[in-house]
Design a protein around this ligand. Structure first.
Ligand SMILES: *Cc1c(COP(=O)(O)O)cnc(C)c1O
Length: 388
């Protein structure tokens, strides 16, 4: 059905979008609409059957014991840190090159963020930089599986074990991605560390039609702690044992997620196909570095397809694409250690050489499950003709 509908629209190229949620909705409309109608007529808006169903299905999909749904991906990170009992003064190491949510919740909880540099090829947190940043106050590491590719979890878990640290995986961009562990098992990201988090923001690989998120763990005690934190610190009705928050996934969002979870692998395959086509058409150009996949390429789910532009003006390319009605994004234009909110006199520029360079080089191209060959060819031709 997918290809038939796209073929019908062949005469005029469909407008290129960074993400195309309207077209995606058309394919699941009958089921989503019926599910939403059901929630409206039963009025089970909070903690309804759709939420419990989604929780169980996501546990099965990820091969994890516990999924705790919550209101968004930022909450998920915060709740993970609260559930682990991190306390003000504890240091938490995370990447300098990521979305601000990660460092924001560390700071909000009164913990001390410690930003470290990333690797130039995968854009993921540099394990050597983590090791260098560890002090007696360090309590946790937050690797972000940036753009959909797993961070080096074997190294990170070794470092964490050696120094008795928690690992919180920010899997907001990596859902469905896999990683091969030391025993040779392929495991899904989000379930490798002590706890993982994700976001169901609409443009994520598994997105709902509003805000949503989830926390993952295989640890029964931690799961119990987390279930209390998301619900006002209540383990027994009106008994508040710990300070908690109110963070819920609502039933309407769960309906959408139930439909889209069935298609997540298909969506990720479509993203991989688009990534492969982009790379085939752009690789080998002297001014373009196409994304590097470390280990098995299957592990990357391309939340973003991000090029490095070298020896050319990245910002001029952005403008050129926009003039040709090709949306693109710069994720991320400013290193976190240089943001006003997170600057700290402890940080030395020599420790952020890679991030400082990436912010000037990266450009993310349209990436979603509805991209077609004609659109990808047009995008690549436009990029090449500008850089030639
Ligand atoms: C999107 C995102 C978040 C936050 O998710 P929200 O649901 O928007 O709160 C956190 N971390 C990363 C890496 C993200 O990409």
């Amino acid at each position: 059905m997918f290809f038939v509908i796209l073929a019908h629209q062949k005469f005029v190229m469909r407008k290129i979008q960074m993400v195309d949620l309207q077209t995606q909705y058309q394919f699941i409309k009958p089921k989503v609409d019926a599910g939403i109608q059901e929630v409206l007529s039963t009025a089970q808006f909070i903690n309804g059957p759709a939420v419990k169903d989604f929780q169980a299905k996501l546990e099965a999909y990820l091969g994890l014991k516990h999924v705790i749904p919550c209101a968004n991906g930022t909450d998920a990170l915060q709740i993970a840190m609260m559930g682990l009992g991190l306390k003000p003064g504890d240091e938490v190491i995370t990447a300098d090159f990521t979305f601000a949510a990660t460092v924001e919740v560390i700071a909000l909880l009164g913990l001390t963020p410690v930003l470290v540099d990333v690797l130039p090829d995968t854009f993921n947190i540099d394990p050597d930089a983590i090791e260098k940043a560890i002090t007696p106050k360090t309590k946790a590491i937050v690797p972000v599986h940036l753009f959909g590719q797993a961070a080096d979890m074997n190294r990170i878990m070794d470092i964490a074990t050696a120094h008795n640290l928690y690992v919180i995986e920010d899997n907001a961009q990596g859902i469905g991605s896999t990683f091969t562990d030391k025993q040779g098992n392929r495991v899904k990201t989000g379930g490798i560390g002590h706890v993982g988090s994700t976001s169901f923001f609409p443009s994520k690989n598994l997105g709902c039609y509003g805000d949503g998120g989830a926390i993952f763990t295989n640890d029964d005690d931690l799961a119990h702690a987390l279930r209390g934190v998301v619900n006002h610190g209540m383990y027994k009705r009106y008994h508040h044992d710990v300070v908690g928050v109110n963070s819920r996934l609502d039933s309407l969002q769960a309906v959408v997620l139930n439909e889209k979870l069935k298609l997540l692998d298909f969506y990720n395959e479509r993203r991989k196909w688009a990534a492969i086509r982009y790379t085939q058409l752009l690789h080998g150009h002297a001014k373009i570095e196409t994304p590097v996949t470390s280990g098995d390429c299957d592990s990357h789910v391309y939340h973003q397809y991000t090029l490095k532009i070298v020896g050319a003006d990245r910002d001029a390319l952005v403008q050129h694409l926009q003039q040709n009605d090709i949306p693109c994004g710069v994720y991320y234009p400013i290193p976190l250690h240089l943001q006003k909110a997170y600057a700290d006199s402890r940080y030395l520029e020599k420790d952020f050489v890679v991030t400082n360079q990436l912010v000037d080089q990266v450009i993310s191209l349209p990436m979603h499950s509805e991209l077609d060959e004609e659109q990808i060819q047009f995008i690549c031709t436009t990029i090449r003709s500008f850089l030639d």
